[in-house]
Structure formats: structure tokens, C-alpha cells
Design a protein around this ligand. Structure first.
Ligand code: SAM
Length: 288
């Protein structure tokens, strides 16, 4: 697991889908004047420099945030893409795109006094970045170098009984797929009314292909669980089978507005950042 560094992938097409959905989930929680918790089980470094190091080496952000950035003021850009781009704008000066906010930074900048952010990260270098980034930050953020799957248990249910759990492992080890399913099952038992957002990669690997069906089966087994599943694929699988060609977000207890907003944004994203004829999206939801 210590080979994964999110800096290589920051702002790529998968981050676009993940963080656009995250912003919507947070906006929904912010509608009520009641505090909430966000638990980010796999936090990463928090903020990424797009102009040097890992990001320029991989060039992945060119297929994501860099392609969207010039479109942020266009009337035709869907509202939820704009909301996401506003959060990226918040860490950048005017027109330049230098920094990319990871999920901890997005949550921190959207939260109010009284809301709480619990971050888990295992990687020794990432945790240093994360702690350094939040060193001067306000109350309400707590960071632990710990296994996020295990750490989550101790956070649930959160004291205000309102919350969002973001589960975003690297999936470089196969066991992550199994652990997400187990963690979801146990977490929903402890905190049934929470919103859970699981990200997963579309890669040429059996575990990844079977995962959406497993998530849906799990949701069907749990009482009174609504779910939404969205995928964004930007290209076909590479011939050598290596690489990420798309990703998915599986949300348990989504806000009811999310489906229609994604129905507008996903086809636009396929048009805008799709790379070849295999670019496509899927969107499905089920209410209990
Ligand atoms: N959530 C971040 C975001 O959206 O900006 C990106 C997270 S990145 C996909 C996954 C992170 O999980 C990596 O930084 C990795 O070091 C960390 N990690 C891997 N296994 C972990 C575990 N069991 N518990 C906590 N963190 C873990």
C-alpha cells in the first residue's frame, strides 16, 4: 500500500467525479442549520501542487481539472460542475490553476463552526503533508495516522447524528474491495441514517468489475437503504490492461436531488473530458 501517492492522480477524471459528488453531499448537509460530522477514512495529503512533482510527471490532471478549468464561467457548464469548480477556485488565485484540493480540504473549506472533520491516513509521507497542511487550521479537524476502516468504527454514530462518511481507498491491494463491503455493512448497522460515499476505480481487474454488483447486493440486504450509483468512463481499457479508464461513486442514503443533477452533468462530462469512443456514463438509483 505504501506505493500509492495521490499526488500522481490529483485532479484526474476520477477526482472530478468523486469531488463533484462530494461537494453536492456537503451542500446538502449544509442546508440544515444543524452540525454534522464528515469522516474521511482515506484522507491523502489534503492539498496538491499541480505545477510540480508528481502531478506534472503523470499529467493526469490534464484529462480532468485542467480540461474543465477554462469552462467554469461558461453558461453551458452544468451547475454541479460549477459548484465543484468553485471549491477548486477557493484554493487558487483568480485565473491560475496551481493547487488542487483533496477531499479533506474540500470538506474543511465548506464546513461551518460546529461541524467536525475526522481524517484517517496511514502513509507516513501523506500524513506529514496532511498534518502540515492543517497545522494552523481551525478547530473541528482531527487527524489520525491509523487504519481508516478500523478508525471509522469508533466515530459511529457521530454525536450530532448527522454525517457523511467518505470511503476512498487506493484499491491497489485486492483486500480493499472486501474491506469496503465489510466496513459499509458494519457502519450502516451502527449509523443507519448517515450518508456513505464509496469511490472505486474502473480498471481491468476482476475485483473492480464485480464490485458494483456486490455493493448493490449489500445495499439490498440492509433494511431501508436508498442508493445511487454513478460511473464516468473517459476511455476504453488499454490493450496491456494497465491503467484507470473510469471510476464509480456508490452513495448510500443520497440526497434526493443528486440524481437529476448528475443526469445533467454526466453526459456533459462525457462530451467534455471523454477521450475516445468508449467514453460513457451510467446513472442508477434505488429507493427503499
Ligand atoms: N480521499 C483523498 C481525496 O479524495 O483527496 C484521496 C485518498 S487516496 C485515493 C487513498 C489514500 O489512502 C492514500 O493516501 C493512502 O496512503 C491511504 N491509505 C491506504 N490504506 C489506508 C488505510 N487502511 N487507512 C487509511 N489510509 C489508507
Amino acid at each position: 500500500m505504501f506505493s500509492y501517492r495521490h499526488g500522481f492522480h490529483a485532479g484526474n477524471h476520477a477526482d472530478v467525479l468523486k469531488h463533484m459528488v462530494l461537494v453536492q453531499l456537503l451542500e446538502h448537509l449544509l442546508q440544515k442549520d444543524k452540525p454534522f460530522w464528515v469522516v474521511d477514512t482515506h484522507a491523502g495529503g489534503g492539498l496538491y501542487d499541480l505545477t510540480s512533482g508528481y502531478a506534472t510527471k503523470s499529467g493526469e490532471s490534464l484529462e480532468g481539472i485542467h480540461a474543465l478549468w477554462p469552462l467554469r464561467a461558461k453558461a453551458s457548464t452544468p451547475a454541479i460542475v460549477k459548484s465543484y469548480l468553485d471549491q477548486v477556485q477557493a484554493v487558487n488565485d483568480k485565473d491560475s490553476l496551481h493547487w488542487y484540493p483533496g477531499s479533506p480540504q474540500i470538506a474543511a473549506q465548506m464546513m461551518r463552526e460546529g461541524d467536525h472533520l475526522r481524517l484517517f491516513e496511514l502513509h507516513p509521507s501523506e500524513i506529514k503533508l496532511l498534518e502540515g497542511h492543517f497545522a494552523s487550521v481551525r478547530r473541528g479537524v482531527s487527524i489520525q495516522q491509523a487504519d481508516g476502516f478500523l478508525g471509522l468504527k469508533a466515530c459511529l454514530p457521530p454525536p450530532p447524528r448527522r454525517g457523511l462518511v467518505h470511503i476512498d481507498p487506493p484499491y491497489e491491494i485486492k483486500d480493499d474491495y472486501r474491506r469496503v463491503l465489510q466496513t459499509l455493512r458494519e457502519s450502516v448497522e451502527r449509523f443507519a441514517t448517515g450518508t456513505y460515499a464509496v469511490w472505486y476505480p474502473e480498471v481491468a481487474r476482476r475485483e473492480s468489475q464485480q464490485f458494483p454488483a456486490q455493493l448493490k447486493r449489500l445495499a439490498a440486504e440492509m433494511p431501508k437503504v436508498d442508493w445511487l450509483h454513478a460511473t464516468l468512463r473517459v476511455k476504453g481499457a488499454a490493450r496491456d490492461g494497465v491503467g484507470l479508464f473510469g471510476s464509480g461513486m456508490f452513495i448510500i442514503n443520497p440526497p434526493w436531488t443528486l440524481y437529476d443533477r448528475l443526469a445533467e452533468a454526466l453526459p456533459w462530462l462525457v462530451e467534455t473530458i471523454g477521450i475516445d469512443e468508449h467514453a460513457a456514463y451510467t446513472l442508477e438509483a434505488q429507493q427503499s
